[in-house]
Ligand binder design. Sequence first.
Ligand code: MLT
Ligand code: MN
Ligand code: ZN
Length: 306
Amino acid sequence: MRITILGSAAGGGFPQWNCNCRNCAGVRAGTLRAKARTQSSIFVRPDHGADGILFNASPDILEQIRARPELQPARALRDTAIAGVVLIDGQVDHATGLFMLRERGTPLPLWCTDPVDEDLREGNPVLRVLQHYCGVQRHRIALDGTRFAVPGAAGLSLRALPLASKAAPYSPHREAPVPGDNIGVTIADAASGARVFYAPGLGAVSPAVFHAMDSADAVLVDGTFWTDDEMIALGLSKKTARDIGHLPQSGAGGMIEWLAKLPARTRKLLIHINNTNPILDEDSAERAQLAAAGIEVCADGMEIRL
Ligand code: MLT
Ligand code: MN
Ligand code: ZN
C-alpha cells in the first residue's frame, strides 16, 4: 500500500494563524529550520489502482488535494481518487473538511463510529448540512474489531480500536468519554500482507493498543506534544496533554518509551504534531533524541510504501 501524509500537524496547523510561539514565529521569519504543515489527514491506496481512502477531512483539504496530483486522477469531467472517508474522531481538525467535499455528484461514502456520527449531527452538524448538497452515505464503524472495507480501495481491510482520548469540546460527552469518541485503525493490505496502525490522537497505550502497534509493520501515532505541561508552560492553556487526550512523547510512560518496546524493524512515525512541539525544529535536541531512537517525524507530502 501507499500512504501519503496529507497533513501532519495537529489542530491549528503550523504555523498557527494567531501564534507567535518560538516555532510559529521562527518558521514564519525563516529563522528556524522547520517545515510548515497542514492539519491532520492521510490518504491510503493500494499499490495498484488510483482509488484510496481519505482518513480525516482536514480544514486544509482543498490545499492538500491541490498539492497531491494522485488525489485527482482526472478520468472524467468530475473525478476524485477519494473512494471514501474514514473519521478517527469528530474534532474540528478531522471533520470540517467534509464541508469542502459537498460538490460531489453522489452521496459521500463515510465511515465513523456512533458517537462521532452523533457529534457531527448535533454539536457540529456537518452531516446534516451535507444533506442539502451531495448527501452522506454513512457506514457504522464497529468497536469490536470487525473488519471493514471501503469499496474502491482494492485489497485494503480495516479494523478499529477504541482509544482513551477526548471528544471535541462541542460533544455532549467531552468530559465523560465514551468508547468510539476516538479510534485507532489498523489498515492491512491483502496484496503485500503489510499492516499499519494509525492513531493521531492517543491518550494512553492500553494492552490492546500495544498489541495493535506490535502487530504492525509501521505505526503512525500521536505526536502532538513533547511534554505533558507544554501548553501550560507557555501560558497557552491550563490543561495538560493527557487532559486533552494526547500522550506526550517525553517522560515516564511517554510515547518514546512505548515505541522503544516495538521491534527494531517497525517503522515508527509521529503525526498530528502541535505547533508548540520542539520536534518541529529540525535542529532541536528533542529532534535529535527521536532520530537516535529511530523515530521519524511526519511531514506533509511524505509517502510511505509498505
Ligand atoms: C485535538 O486533537 O486535541 C485537536 O487537534 C484540538 C483542536 O482541533 O482544536
Ligand atoms: Mn486533533
Ligand atoms: Zn505556535
